[in-house]
Each structure stands twice: as C-alpha cells, then as structure tokens.
Design a protein around this ligand. Structure first.
Ligand code: AMP
Ligand code: MG
Length: 401
C-alpha cells in the first residue's frame, strides 16, 4: 500500500512547522482566545485598600465586646461611606461609620457589623452582636498582592484571565499573533452561496466549513476563494495567497480523475510533495506539499472527507503553529450505543455524538460526500482497519472535535 498511516502523515506535517513567535499588542477587548506572550505581574494590591464585605457599620471590635440584643452596644455614627468614596474620619472609641459593601474601611475600625445586627441607626446605632477584630474585614491584597505572578506567558486567555488583566487596569495585552491561513476551494461544479444554481452545479460548502473551523481554532483567514478546475489558474492563485499566510488549505482535485489537477498544480508551483494519500476513510486522497517554506494542504473535495482531514491533520498543525495545547487532539475511550457494520481495510472515522462515556452514531449515511448528518456531532469514532462490525456495548476510541 502506498498510503501513509495517519500518525506518519501527521508527523511529516508537524516536523515542518514551528510555532509563530511574532507578538503584537492588542486591546484587552479583543484578547479572549488569544495566547499571552508576556508574564503578567501585579503592579498593585487587589483590592488596593481594606474594604467592607457587607452593608453595615465599621467599628472597633473592643467597643462592641459582649454586645447582644438584650445588652446592645451604643455607638455614635460619625460618617457614612459608599463604595467608591473614602471617609476622611477616624473611628475613635465609641464611634461607628455607616459603610456599604466595597467601601474602604475607615481608619481606626477593625471589623464590620452587618446592618441586620443593628437598629439601622443614623446618628447613633445599637449593635446587637459581638464581632471579633478583622471579622467581616477584607484585607488589601486579598485577591492578589503587588508582585504576584498572575498569568504566565503561553496562557490561553479566557474570560477570567481577561477579567484579571482588567482588574490590573490593563487596557492592552501582548499576545502572539494569530496563525494565518488561506483557504481555496477548487472545482468546476461548485458555485458560491448567493449565486444561482444551474445544471450540474452544487454550492460550495467546503469554503465556508473550512474557514469556519479554522476560525474556531483562532486562525485568521487571510484569504478565501474559489477557483475552477484549471491548474494554471489555481497555481497562480496559490502563489498570491501564500504570501501572507502561514498555511494554505485547498479542497478538491486530489484524487485520480481527469480533473484532479492538484498534482499538476504542485508541478507548476515547483513544490515538493510531502505525501499523497493516507490510510484513512474518509479523506484518503489528501495531498500535502511544501511551498515557499509553508505547508500546502490539499484536502479531498468530499465535504466529510475534508472535515475529517481538517480535524486529524490540520488541527494538530494549527495547535503547533499557535502553541495552543488545548487544540491538540484528544482521544478518549467510550462505549458504543450504536451498530456500525461496514468494514474497512483502513482506519475509518465515523461521525458521532459523545456524552458521559457513551457514543452514538447519528441516523443517515457516513459517506464521505455527506455533511448533513454530521450536524451536532462532537466526535469521530475510530474504527481500526479490518475490525469486524461495531456492536452496541463495544469499547471504542473517539477523537473529540
Ligand atoms: P474532488 O475531490 O474534487 O474529486 O471532489 C469530490 C466530491 O466532492 C465531488 O462530488 C465534488 O462535487 C465534491 N466537492 C468538491 N468540492 C466541493 C466543495 N467546495 N463543496 C462541496 N462539495 C465539493
Ligand atoms: Mg474536483
């Protein structure tokens, strides 16, 4: 057999790419999903001042020792402070400051009495509960202290990390630039959505699907387009779009038909083939090459084949280029709740739904030209070469999407 096994094919691609090192400073608003390119150290305490966790009264604990409903402590309310303001007053013996959640605890006070343990007094207040020193008291730096290493370089920024950066007062952040991909579909038979279908034509789903999937991995699509089955035109297009991309992804024209022009395209581009065909169904006729130091990955035109190739081969490449560990393929074991009786001489990937250790194959065909039944699927069941039919209750490996 001249097909490579999947792992070999993946290795051949991965050994040719290196992670993108260029950095850029971007607005924090745009930072979610990006990879941090700096270590982030706290430049101030958070919170910057001791603050009240309650609506109540800032007092001196010794002034309310032994206080109860039967024997309240009576204090003079000398000020009121809301969140966002500072009381200039000092809480001396016998004093209280009315205080709201988030407001700085005034000097002299060492605890907060919740208002429900008082008579809600305005000029004087009766306190019904004893509170110990530094009870109900949020210290400055309770979240993090000046100098704390909050986020390490290489961290994938999620909503919480963005929130932490905002809490530091950061408006911008330094991240690695996004991986750039150009997507080109080929085929005389496809027309773009928005155009009219005529005899023999179908809509181009690969262009949208591939660009959408790459975007989900944080990739910037630098170009998207379609070209007819014309090797010369395709080669010219690739020359142009490869300039600003890290990888070029095409679909169609990689099989052995008369119109499978991608082989000729490689010749016209003068580029070296890395491999053609993998021992995987669907997506067997994938063709990969290196053009001007960049990967040119030519996927099968069959939409399901293209989708599977994207997951099994392109995704690991994007993971390496972007340094995103979370994009590495995750393979887990599950128990099949479905039957799949078609055998295969090569490893087959079957679209499926995974949930709580169980995996279910949707109704409809798993054929390589069929995309519709993949809607909502979140994994691929891996059926090893030569395995007899898959039965309910069988343990299987699944690749999570
Ligand atoms: P090919 O790989 O060019 O031989 O195409 C294989 C099958 O996929 C054919 O049935 C094509 O019509 C179909 N196909 C090719 N390109 C696309 C595309 N961009 N969108 C949807 N189907 C496609
Ligand atoms: Mg074709």
């Amino acid at each position: 057999m001249d097909e490579l096994i999947l792992e070999q094919a993946r290795e051949l691609l991965l050994e040719r790419v290196h992670r993108v090192e260029e950095k850029e400073e971007i607005l924090l608003y745009d930072a979610v999903g990006r990879v941090l390119a700096e270590d982030v150290v706290a430049e101030h305490d958070q919170p910057p001042f001791p603050r009240s966790p309650l609506d109540g009264y800032a007092v001196r604990s010794e002034d309310i020792r032994g206080a109860s409903r039967g024997c309240p402590a009576k204090l003079t309310v000398i000020d009121e402070v809301d969140a966002g303001y500072v009381s200039g007053k000092c809480v001396e013996k016998g004093n209280a400051v009315r205080i709201m959640t988030g407001a700085p605890i005034p000097e002299g006070a060492d605890c907060i009495v919740g208002q429900e343990d008082s008579d809600y007094g305005e000029d004087t207040v009766e306190i019904y509960e004893e509170v110990r020193a530094y009870e109900n008291y949020c210290f400055a730096g309770e979240d993090y202290k000046t100098g704390a290493r909050l986020l390490e370089k290489e961290t994938l920024l999620g909503a919480v990390e963005v929130g932490v950066l905002a809490s530091l007062g950061r408006e911008t952040v330094t991240v690695y630039r996004r991986v750039k991909a150009a997507v080109l579909t080929t085929g005389d038979e496809t027309v773009l959505p928005g155009e009219r279908l005529s005899g023999g034509k179908i809509y181009d789903s690969n262009l949208y699907m591939a660009a959408a999937r790459l975007s989900m991995w944080g990739v910037q699509i630098t170009s998207r387009g379609h070209e007819r089955d014309d090797a010369g035109a395709i080669a010219e297009r690739i020359k142009a779009i490869a300039k600003e991309a890290d990888i070029v992804i095409t679909t169609g024209g990689v099989s052995v038909g008369k119109k499978d022009e991608m082989h000729e395209v490689l010749m016209l581009l003068g580029c070296k083939r890395i491999f053609w065909k993998i021992a995987v169904k669907p997506g067997m006729p994938i063709l990969c090459a290196e053009y001007q130091g960049k990967l040119l990955i030519c996927l099968s035109g069959n939409p399901y084949g293209a989708a599977v190739n994207l997951e099994l081969l392109v995704r690991p490449v994007v993971a390496k280029l972007s340094g995103r560990e979370d994009l590495k393929l995750q393979r887990i074991q599950a128990v099949s709740e479905s039957i799949f009786s078609r055998k295969s001489m090569v490893t087959r990937y079957v679209r499926a739904h995974y949930r709580s250790g169980k995996v279910q194959i949707p109704e409809g065909s798993n054929a390589s030209g069929i995309l519709g039944s993949m809607c909502g699927c979140n994994c691929l069941i891996e059926i090893p070469a030569g395995m007899p039919e898959l039965l309910k209750g069988d343990a299987v490996w699944v690749v999570l999407l």
